[in-house]
Design a protein around this ligand. Structure first.
Ligand SMILES: Cc1cc2nc3c(=O)[nH]c(=O)nc-3n(C[C@H](O)[C@H](O)[C@H](O)COP(=O)(O)OP(=O)(O)OC[C@H]3O[C@@H](n4cnc5c(N)ncnc54)[C@H](O)[C@@H]3O)c2cc1C
Ligand code: SF4
Length: 461
């Protein structure tokens, strides 16, 4: 009998007053009983609209059926047929606009908690089942992957499963890309990301860290070394700045730097960890996406008293996930909406405040969102000692500058054929944020998977 409750089984989470004092995960995950109860809300629809909403087509009703029957290991095995990083996707995918956005139970109530169930199955497997990933027999062909983010890891994993000898070259000292340096511990525990990466290593994938492709070695040199194809999954890690007065003052960070210090270098544990981080009592975070929410919630945990999100449109237009906005508000993050920074003020080289102007919404722009227009004479000063800029990122120019024959858009993204992820350069493929600009983990994974298939077809012609 299906469970006809209109609401999802709530997921236990840390109390908002306690969690702002630590970096542990906020959402605690379902118990076995809760997972079964939620799984029983799925109607096992024949036409599976939820699957169409998933960029990697996880067989959703199939795995949920196994959870409802208490067959948790089987559920996991069904998911990993299509998705190599389920513990991560279950936590960070914007399900509301993908699988859950298509779920029929969402028409008259809340959709089935597909993300929560995916997470449950992955966590259950990690905790209870001895990992039996086996190396497959090699086919003697070598592929190089640039970047160990979700796009590169997925492409590498898929190719290794088909017998290729795959080496990932990663610029940082730790693989994972944004999963390690961007998304904070309280949303995505790093030990878990490490375990998922370990599973990909067990497939036979080699990961060489501290290799900056374009400096340490070029794409052409990779071919000279015997690699027969290259996949570029180098992401969009170059921060955009506002270009306003005062941006070089001490106390101004790009969100990228702020989050890398805190997540990758564990500055929240300073001095046990050698990297410092400085946060004032009052912090302004400029932007309205996931990156802004993560930076604001991190600043709060680092001891800031007042943390403001300064966003030039209204809450409706915020690109951040609903759950993250909700969590940020619960944690006391203050929303300064329809507000735009004009300049950053300082004294003796340090930030003392930020001059802002109020905005109102005008006609829709090219993106379909209503364009914010400044309200004359509404300037005011927000007293802050720290400003974190989170208004977007673009691909780093290094690879395009050092690779002849690689066509890119004017904004820096690599141009690919949509069906195969092939670039303009022979046997070079690309996918993830380096192609789309800042997007999502699952889209990066989907691109990695598609490229792996195309590389396999090409090398077997
Ligand atoms: C703070 C933050 C929060 C986010 N929250 C979410 C979320 O909740 N849900 C969601 O779906 N998405 C979220 N995203 C977006 C998501 O993380 C990205 O879309 C995704 O990680 C892109 O994957 P990728 O593999 O293309 O690139 P990346 O994850 O950026 O990985 C690229 C890797 O390539 C390496 N690299 C770059 N250049 C070179 C080079 N020249 N040589 C060698 N290595 C190189 C980088 O060091 C990096 O490890 C968030 C992003 C950020 C920054
Ligand atoms: S749409 Fe919803 S109810 Fe239908 S199969 Fe998918 S998850 Fe189950």
């Amino acid at each position: 009998m299906p469970n006809m409750s209109l609401k999802k089984v709530p997921m236990p989470e840390q109390d908002s007053k306690i969690r702002t004092k630590n970096f542990s995960e906020v959402a605690l995950g379902y118990t076995e009983e809760q997972a079964v109860e939620e799984a029983l809300r799925c109607l096992q629809c024949k036409h599976k609209p939820c699957v169409k909403g998933c960029p990697v087509n996880v067989p959703i009703p199939e795995f949920i059926k196994e959870i409802a029957a208490g067959e948790f290991k089987k559920a996991y095995e069904i998911i990993v047929r299509e998705n190599r990083l389920p513990a991560i996707c279950g936590r960070v995918c914007p399900q509301e606009s993908q699988c859950e956005g298509n779920c029929v139970r969402g028409i008259k109530g809340e959709p089935v908690g597909i993300g929560r169930l995916e997470r449950f199955a992955a966590d259950y497997y990690m905790k209870n089942v001895k990992n039996d990933v086996k190396e497959v027999e090699k086919n003697g062909k070598r592929v190089a992957v640039v970047g160990a983010g979700p796009a590169g890891l997925t492409c590498a994993g898929e190719l290794a499963k088909m017998g290729y000898e795959v080496t990932i070259f990663e610029a940082l000292h730790t693989p994972g890309g944004v999963l390690m340096y961007g998304i904070p511990e309280f949303r995505l525990p790093k030990a878990l990301v490490e375990r998922e990466i370990e599973n990909i290593r067990k497939l036979g994938v080699k990961i060489e860290t501290n290799v900056l492709v374009g400096r340490s070695i070029t794409i052409d040199e990779l071919f000279e070394e015997g690699y027969q194809a290259v996949f570029i999954g180098s992401g969009a890690g170059l921060p955009k700045f506002m270009g306003i007065e005062g941006e070089n003052l001490n106390g101004v960070y790009a969100a990228n730097e702020f989050l890398t210090r805190s997540n990758l270098m564990k500055a929240y544990d300073f001095p046990n960890s050698p990297t410092p981080i400085k946060v004032g009592k009052n912090v302004a975070v400029i932007g309205g996406g996931n990156v802004a929410m993560d930076a604001a919630r991190t600043a709060k945990r680092l001891g800031a008293e007042n943390v403001y999100i300064v966003y030039r449109r209204s809450e409706e237009e915020m690109p951040a996930r609903l759950e993250e906005i909700h969590h940020a508000k619960e944690e006391g993050i203050q929303m300064k909406l329809l507000t735009n920074p004009v300049r950053i003020l300082g004294k003796e080289g340090w930030v003392t405040g930020m001059e802002c102007i109020e905005m109102e919404l005008g006609e829709p722009d090219a993106s379909g969102r209503r364009r914010p227009v400044p309200k004359a004479g509404s300037e005011f000063i927000l007293p802050v000692e720290t400003v974190i800029i989170a208004i977007g990122q673009t691909p780093n120019p290094l690879i395009r500058q050092t690779t002849e024959g690689l066509d890119t858009h004017s904004w820096g993204g690599i141009i690919v054929k949509e069906e195969t992820m092939e670039t303009s350069k022979e046997n070079v493929y690309a996918g993830g944020d380096v192609v789309t600009g800042a997007a999502t983990v699952i889209l990066a994974m989907g691109a990695g998977k598609k490229a792996a298939k195309a590389i396999h077809e090409r090398l077997n012609k």
